[in-house]
Design a protein around this ligand. Structure first.
Ligand SMILES: C[S@@+](CC[C@H](N)C(=O)[O-])C[C@H]1O[C@@H](n2cnc3c(N)ncnc32)[C@H](O)[C@@H]1O
Length: 282
């Protein structure tokens, strides 16, 4: 028992393990995630319906979306943004590794008669001959990636964008990092059956890495016949750190907002949206 508890409470090094696949594609949790995506009232998995429609309206008017625009949405989930982009006549590609979400997104596209290219794939391995005017990655999925994964992703964005093409992404700000506290919780059937349809005991260990501005929510789920561990990493940014990271990877950060509806940037805001342009390497 002592050794098991010690193992549960062990603090890994930042981004030591990557378990996003288990979280988003597991038979049971992906079903829960899809329910959250499709719950129009809450900001879980996807933001609420009102936010998304305001967001797409702003993206369309501010960044310009019409029948000549090629857009790729990385981590598109069940297609809440891609569907609306396609309804604005853009040529749209969506990438997500959740087969449940991609199946749902394709069903909606069929029902609405929309022609959207969906790929059920890890976006870190995605390849395409297509070239885009705009790449989006929305709801802070960028923050879940390690520095080397983010580098890989930005290199892909760079090669998939047309000259002068744009990236729109949102990230959590350091304000959220500052308000977080380390915790160790233990709960029966934690998160209301989120982790399994069978009974389980769930441990949550939240770790903060001050120097790196990273947090980890480490979930250890103990069922009768198996134990699984899911690592939810988050990297937090301020304007300088995201500008520098984009700059090192060939992008010029053009504009900052508080969110992807175009709300005016505030240094106090919890999230931050950035529009960056593919620059010429000098
Ligand atoms: C927080 S959700 C956001 C979904 C969507 N952007 C939205 O705002 O409605 C993150 C999405 O990214 C997907 N995802 C996470 N890591 C991925 C990866 N490595 N490759 C492909 N999809 C990934 C998940 O399956 C999930 O659908």
């Amino acid at each position: 028992m002592f050794n098991k508890l010690k193992e549960i409470n062990v603090r890994p090094t930042p981004f030591q393990f990557y378990t996003a696949q288990e979280l988003w594609t597991d038979e049971h949790t992906s079903k829960k995630m899809l329910e959250y995506h499709l719950n129009e009232a809450v900001d879980l998995s996807s933001r609420n319906k009102d936010f998304i429609s305001r967001s797409v309206k702003w993206i369309a008017s501010h960044l310009g979306i019409d029948s000549n625009t090629n857009i790729a949405d990385f981590g598109c989930g069940p297609g809440l943004y891609t569907t609306l982009f396609a309804e604005k006549n853009a040529d749209v590609t969506g990438i997500d590794f959740s087969s449940r979400s991609i199946r749902y997104a394709k069903k909606v596209a069929n029902q609405k008669g929309l022609n959207i290219d969906y790929f059920k794939q890890n976006y870190l391995e995605f390849e395409t001959e297509k070239r885009f005017d705009l790449i989006t990655m929305i709801f802070c999925d960028y923050c879940a990636l390690s520095p080397s994964q983010r580098k890989t992703l930005l290199a892909k964005f760079y090669s998939f964008l047309k000259p002068g093409g744009l990236v729109l992404l949102d990230v959590h700000s350091v304000n959220v990092f500052n308000s977080k506290e380390e915790v160790a919780l233990y709960e029966f059937n934690q998160l209301d059956g989120f982790w399994s349809s069978e009974d389980y005991y769930g441990f949550l260990n939240t770790f903060k890495y001050d120097e790196d501005k990273v947090t980890l929510d480490k979930y250890t789920i103990i069922e009768k016949d198996r134990t699984s561990v899911v690592y939810n990493w988050l990297q937090y940014f301020d304007q300088d750190s995201i500008r520098e990271e984009l700059g090192k990877n060939g992008f010029e950060a053009l504009e900052f907002y508080s969110d992807v509806t175009g709300s005016i940037f505030s240094p106090d805001s919890l999230d931050m949206a950035v529009v960056a342009r593919k620059a010429k390497y000098t």
